[in-house]
Every structure is written in structure tokens, then in C-alpha cells.
Design a protein around this ligand. Structure first.
Ligand code: AMP
Length: 288
């Protein structure tokens, strides 16, 4: 695997490639969820490029940025094990050259206002800015992102549409621990007690799926789910049932269902964010 720190060096190498480029942007502290993105890019015949960049502009909480786990040597070894071709690990100055304004300020309608948008102000603007910048550097044909961050993926899809970027977005299913906890770089920060409580997040999402199939009212599902998470010792911020494309909350009287080119229209996704001690975890499940 080649490792590049400079945009110019990476570009020179990528320009000599004939295969399509498959790109997986990450913030490091890698786990199986990240590696699946790389494996999928390889299976689909791409030159697999991973980036590791802890993007300061998407952290609304400076403590969260400071505590974000950083394990670059281990990450490189894991990427090699997944047959990754290139690791791009730039400095902040390389991504954001001083004096250059690269901020992405698009109107994402409600996509960046609900759920994470409500609880993490500025997060999605920073995320869209860095993804757009990295896409401009790497110029991949295919962009691999995880379903784990469903709202992020929905916003990136909309950004690609609005800017008419020549890249195909590929959604990779959420990779979970054997007990159902969604893999996350933040899981290493969980205390033993919180680690054993955390699988209730996935259990509650599964319960919500069954409850919806039994036609239980949406408001009752939400309330009960919040109760289940709280009883387990977690502090839920939200538990929302939303439309799979618009992320509009599903109202008790039912969603406006439609089919669209993403194939996600008319689907209902349950999304949740909880604090497990000091660690904030998010997860989601497609209910229909
Ligand atoms: P992060 O390093 O957390 O910013 O994540 C980088 C990419 O990996 C994003 O596209 C995430 O959605 C994806 N990802 C993170 N965790 C998982 C997981 N458990 N399963 C699948 N994809 C994941």
C-alpha cells in the first residue's frame, strides 16, 4: 500500500492509473466497518483509496475533537490487510490551504436540520466541506460510505446532485459487533458498564421494526424506544422514524410514500443518538 501525505504526490500517482478509483474517506481509528468499504471497492474492480483525516470543522464539541482516537500505525496495518491500494493522510494545511475558502454552503432543506443537525450545529456544513474537498483531490469514480451514518450519506447524496459531481455514491451496510452494537471508532472509549449496556441500541431499533409491522402508532414507538434506552442506563437524544430520502419525520397519521431514483423513497428508517456515559453513539435501521 502506498501512503501519501501531499495532494500533489497523490494526484501524480492517481493520474497514472487506468482502473476506476474507489474512495472511502475516514477519520481513522479504523475497524471492520471501514474495512468493508475498502473490500467493496476492491470487489467492484476499483483502485481502493482510503483517507484518514480528523476534520476539525465538523466537530461542534472541542472536547470530542481532542478525544477522538488516533491510531495511524494500526490503521495502516488494517488497510494493508484489506488490500487497500492507497492511504492518503494529509495535514490540516494540505486539506485547507491557508487563505483559501473552501466552505460548502448549500441549502440541504431539512436534511441537515433534523436529528444530528439539531443536536450538532455546524456539523454537516463541516462534513460537506471536507467531503467535497476530498472528492476534488481524489476525483474518484465511486465513493463508498456507510449506512451507519445515514443522515451524512443522505446529505452527501444531495450535495453530489446539487453540484453535479461526476461520482457514484455506494452505500455499504452497517457492520456490527456480534452483540449488535454498530462498530464505531468511539466504542473504544466506552466504559465496561456502558459497553455492556450499548447493545440495547440495536435491540431497540429491532423492536421498533416489529412494533411498526404490528401497526403500533409512531408516537408510541418513539416514546417506548426512548424509555427502553433510558432504562438501560443510556441517555437518548432522539429516536426518530423518518422517510428514507427526505428524512422528514413520519407523522402518526402516516408518511407520504413515493418511489424515486434512489430506491429509498417510501422506506422508513429509524435513527437514534444516545449518550453512553460521555460517549455519543448513533445508529439506524431500515424498518421498511
Ligand atoms: P468515520 O471514520 O466514522 O468518519 O467513518 C468513515 C466511513 O466509514 C463513513 O462512511 C461511515 O459511515 C463508515 N462507517 C463507520 N462505521 C461503520 C460501520 N459500523 N459499518 C459500515 N460503515 C461504517
Amino acid at each position: 500500500m502506498l501512503i501519501f501525505k501531499k495532494v500533489a504526490d497523490l494526484r501524480q500517482w492517481l493520474d497514472s492509473q487506468s482502473l476506476p478509483i474507489g474512495f472511502a474517506p475516514t477519520m481513522g481509528a479504523l475497524h471492520e466497518g471501514h474495512l468493508e468499504l475498502i473490500r467493496m471497492a476492491k470487489r467492484e474492480g476499483c483502485v481502493a483509496v482510503a483517507s484518514i483525516f480528523v476534520n476539525p470543522t465538523q466537530f461542534n464539541d472541542p472536547k470530542d475533537l481532542e478525544k477522538y482516537p488516533r491510531t495511524p500505525e494500526k490503521d495502516a496495518a488494517l488497510l494493508i490487510s484489506a488490500a487497500c491500494d492507497v492511504l492518503f493522510i494529509p495535514s490540516v494545511e494540505e486539506v485547507y490551504p491557508p487563505g483559501v475558502n473552501l466552505t460548502i454552503d448549500l441549502d440541504f432543506k431539512q436534511l441537515d436540520k433534523v436529528m444530528e443537525g439539531e443536536f450538532r450545529p455546524g456539523h454537516f456544513k463541516g462534513m460537506a466541506t471536507v467531503v467535497n474537498r476530498l472528492l476534488d483531490i481524489v476525483k474518484p469514480q465511486r465513493l463508498y460510505m456507510g449506512q451507519k451514518d445515514y443522515q451524512q450519506l443522505s446529505i452527501v447524496r444531495d450535495m453530489i446532485r446539487q453540484l453535479a459531481l461526476p461520482v457514484e455514491l455506494v452505500m455499504c451496510p452497517t457492520v456490527r459487533e456480534p452483540d449488535g452494537l454498530a462498530m464505531s471508532s468511539r466504542n473504544v472509549r466506552l466504559s465496561p458498564a456502558m459497553r455492556s449496556a450499548a447493545p440495547v441500541i440495536h435491540q431497540t431499533l429491532l423492536w421498533a421494526k416489529t412494533a411498526l409491522e404490528q401497526n403500533r402508532p409512531v408516537s408510541e414507538i418513539q416514546e417506548t424506544a426512548m424509555g427502553k434506552l433510558t432504562e438501560a442506563g443510556l441517555r437518548p437524544e432522539y429516536f426518530e422514524l423518518v422517510d428514507g430520502v427526505t428524512l422528514e419525520p413520519i407523522r402518526p397519521q402516516g408518511a407520504i410514500l413515493f418511489m424515486d431514483e434512489t430506491g429509498m423513497g417510501g422506506s422508513i428508517v429509524a435513527c437514534t443518538a444516545v449518550f453512553a456515559g460521555e460517549v455519543r453513539l448513533i445508529d439506524n435501521l431500515m424498518l421498511t
